[in-house]
Design a protein around this ligand. Structure first.
Ligand code: GAR
Length: 194
């Protein structure tokens, strides 16, 4: 069995897209893949209830209980490693990770970022794309490296920026594409040898 652990901070719609694809496409029967757990650093994250409703084990670990980024990441690693994951998926996990965390999961840690990387790393990607006059925007699934929002690009999707778009309308358009490419990218990760 190859375990996938998904880290979230918010609504968890990408997490659910991956879990639903795994179910629909019988990843477990075909490839021995399962979403073993969803872990949130936000105790109130809506995605926790969603994960439970999908029958997935959930855990919370609040970063607020720790004095340093290193201490939180070390505790988080212990939680994650209970599941001996073949892949750790950052699905709206809004934390900057320490180099030690990234090194620990090197080659088995992927993220989705709501821009066409390498453009617009960091926060407020949709508003920044609108402000820059971009005609297209999108999303990127990438391997995680020590440098924020860098690392090998695994998948991208492009959407138009439409006249009158707000950050919210653009984000919603991008999100629908994320729900398509993220499960595909996870599947491809394992098809390429995991
Ligand atoms: C997604 O749009 C994802 O790309 C973004 O947060 C959203 C999470 O939505 N991630 C980041 O901004 C990472 N820096 P979700 O909780 O519904 O999946």
């Amino acid at each position: 069995m190859k375990n996938i652990v998904i880290l979230i901070s918010g609504s968890g719609s990408n997490m659910a897209a991956i879990a639903k694809a795994a179910e629909k496409e019988a990843w477990q029967a075909k490839w021995g893949l399962r979403v073993a757990a969803v872990i949130s650093n936000q105790t109130q994250a809506k995605g926790l209830a969603l994960a439970k409703s999908l029958g997935i084990a959930t855990e919370t670990l609040s970063h607020r209980s720790f004095d340093s980024r290193e201490a939180f990441d070390t505790a988080l690693m212990v939680r994650i490693d209970q599941y001996a994951p073949a892949l750790v998926v950052l699905a709206g996990f809004m934390r900057i990770l320490t180099p030690g965390f990234v090194a620990h999961y090197a080659g088995r840690l992927i993220n989705i970022h709501p821009s066409l990387l390498p453009a617009f790393t960091g926060l407020h990607t949709h508003q920044r794309a609108i402000d820059a006059g971009c005609q297209v925007a999108g999303t990127t699934v990438h391997q995680v490296t020590a440098e924020l929002d860098h690392g090998e690009i695994l998948a991208q999707a492009v959407v138009p920026v439409l006249p009158g778009d707000s950050a919210d309308t653009l984000a919603a358009r991008v999100l629908t594409q994320e729900h398509l490419i993220f499960p595909q990218a996870v599947r491809s990760f394992f098809e390429r040898g995991g």
